[in-house]
Design a protein around this ligand. Structure first.
Ligand SMILES: Cc1cc2nc3c(=O)[nH]c(=O)nc-3n(C[C@H](O)[C@H](O)[C@H](O)COP(=O)(O)OP(=O)(O)OC[C@H]3O[C@@H](n4cnc5c(N)ncnc54)[C@H](O)[C@@H]3O)c2cc1C
Length: 428
């Protein structure tokens, strides 16, 4: 365990901090800052040698820290668990988060779909601002310090036990150890397992915002190709999810990209029972089958001897045309005038319903977030305090909350962290 000096002020600290925060991600850092702003002496424990490793990866290194949308959009972005966040958003929402960074010299900008990024396009600017504030508030940060357990007496927390066996005493502990995704960043899900040992119910962990593997192998031949302006329809035979219009990316293993991510959580759940799960690509969502049929017929009239593969290059990216024709059972070198009526119908149909079978999802190693975690019924939504162990607070992705892409996950981490820090400080 090392104590990084800039964050450590020996003269200022009493021996036992009034709050211990476990986990130096966005939730833990914000919890520590808020606790310290309200006058508590705070110790932040991080098992890595640095803070915010995952934060640095966010938004492809640019950090989509929140979204400029209103409360209703936010609450709808976390599925059934959205309403749990209503109370914390009343205290610390996107406007407060943006002000927090702007007041500390980080200029922000709003991009498409109301996504908020630092003007620098560097997640490092967000992390630096948090680190400076921790330092200014004299938060003591213990690096390479792994928490293994909490100490409890009569259902009340009394401290944190480190992997070394050392016990740090405090009657306010904020547990913000993250989910299970991208374990290389330090979030391995162990903190959630510990919470279950202390009597909390844990909703099983599953990867979300993750790519989906297809039974068909041809996506691998087109890896890196993005189809724009498509709509996806996921189905398990009983239920369907229809996406917005957007992009799909072909990869080594299948499909990925924002539209796939957004619905992957639900699809992962479907895959737990043996059903045929499919994704159908509508390659021309703004055109009906009738209009496509008319366009095709006029192509045939105008260029009777043109090869079908050349005509389709006007409709689809060139790299996709061969695969498309193979799926439609039509030879690429056929002239338009040789196409039979059933072949024409099959191709028009394929534009609207290009089906791939989903056989699995990528693992936690690649998932952007974790579904599942500490059951929200065990947590007071106004304070983030555990309903099982007094003085123990939870924050961030270790809770059973996950949002779609667009800055919603970081906002949830910052907001729950802020409220946990505030509640712990007020309880002193
Ligand atoms: C590639 C990628 C891109 C993403 N992009 C975005 C984005 O642009 N916008 C967005 O909103 N969300 C994004 N997310 C999701 C977002 O990063 C997470 O939801 C967020 O980091 C969760 O914050 P947290 O503080 O709860 O947990 P984490 O950031 O996971 O932090 C938890 C910390 O706890 C530490 N820890 C764990 N166990 C212990 C222990 N026993 N003792 C001491 N320390 C411990 C870990 O080392 C880690 O530092 C992205 C995620 C990934 C993987």
């Amino acid at each position: 365990m090392t104590i990084k000096q800039p964050f450590h002020d020996k003269n200022h600290r009493s021996q036992n901090p009034s709050i211990i925060v476990v986990g130096g991600g966005p939730a833990g850092m914000m919890a520590a800052i808020r606790g310290a702003q309200l006058g508590s002496s705070v110790t932040l424990i991080e098992k890595n040698a640095t803070l915010g490793r995952k934060l640095l990866l966010t938004g492809k290194g640019r950090c989509n820290l929140t979204n400029a949308a209103g409360l209703d959009v936010f609450l709808g972005s976390y599925g059934v668990h959205g309403p749990f966040l209503r109370d914390v958003f009343k205290i610390f929402f996107n406007a407060e988060l943006m002000r927090f960074f702007e007041e500390r010299g980080v200029a922000l900008k709003v991009e498409r779909q109301a996504r908020v990024f630092p003007v620098s396009d560097r997640s490092g600017s967000i992390l630096e601002a948090l680190k400076k504030e921790l330092q200014a508030r004299r938060v003591q940060v213990l690096f390479r310090a792994e928490a293994r357990d909490i100490a409890v007496d009569h259902k009340t927390v009394t401290g944190v036990v480190l992997a070394t066996g050392q016990q740090l005493k405090s009657c306010h502990v904020i547990w913000a150890t993250g989910g299970k995704s991208y374990p290389s960043t330090g979030s391995t899900g162990e903190g959630i397992l510990m919470a279950s040992r202390w009597g909390h119910r844990v909703v099983p962990l599953r990867p979300a915002l993750v790519g989906l593997e297809t039974r068909q192998t041809f996506p691998g031949d087109m890896r890196g190709l993005t189809l724009k302006n498509v709509r996806l329809r996921f189905s398990n035979g009983k239920k369907q999810i229809v996406s917005d219009i957007g992009e799909v990316l072909f990869t080594d293993f299948g499909v990925s990209g924002p539209l796939v991510f957004s619905h992957s959580g639900q699809v992962v759940d479907w895959l737990t029972v043996p059903h045929r799960v499919t994704v159908s690509l509508d390659l021309k969502p703004s055109l009906t089958e009738e209009i496509l049929t008319q366009r095709f017929s006029s192509d045939i009239l105008v260029s009777r001897h043109r090869k079908i593969k050349n005509t389709l290059k006007g409709y689809l990216p060139a790299r996709f045309v061969d695969v498309f024709l193979r799926q439609g059972g039509v030879s690429p070198d056929k002239a338009l005038c040789q196409l039979t009526l059933p072949e024409q119908r099959a191709l028009v149909r394929l534009f609207k319903d290009f089906i791939l079978d989903i056989r699995g999802a990528r693992s936690f190693k690649e998932a952007m977030v974790t579904q599942g975690g500490v059951d929200l019924k065990n947590v007071n939504p106004r304070t983030m305090e555990s309903r099982v162990v007094r003085g123990l607070f939870f924050a961030g992705e270790m809770l059973d909350i996950d949002g779609t892409t667009g800055g919603f996950n970081l906002q949830a981490a910052f907001s729950t962290g802020y409220v946990a820090g505030e509640s712990a400080a007020m309880r002193r």
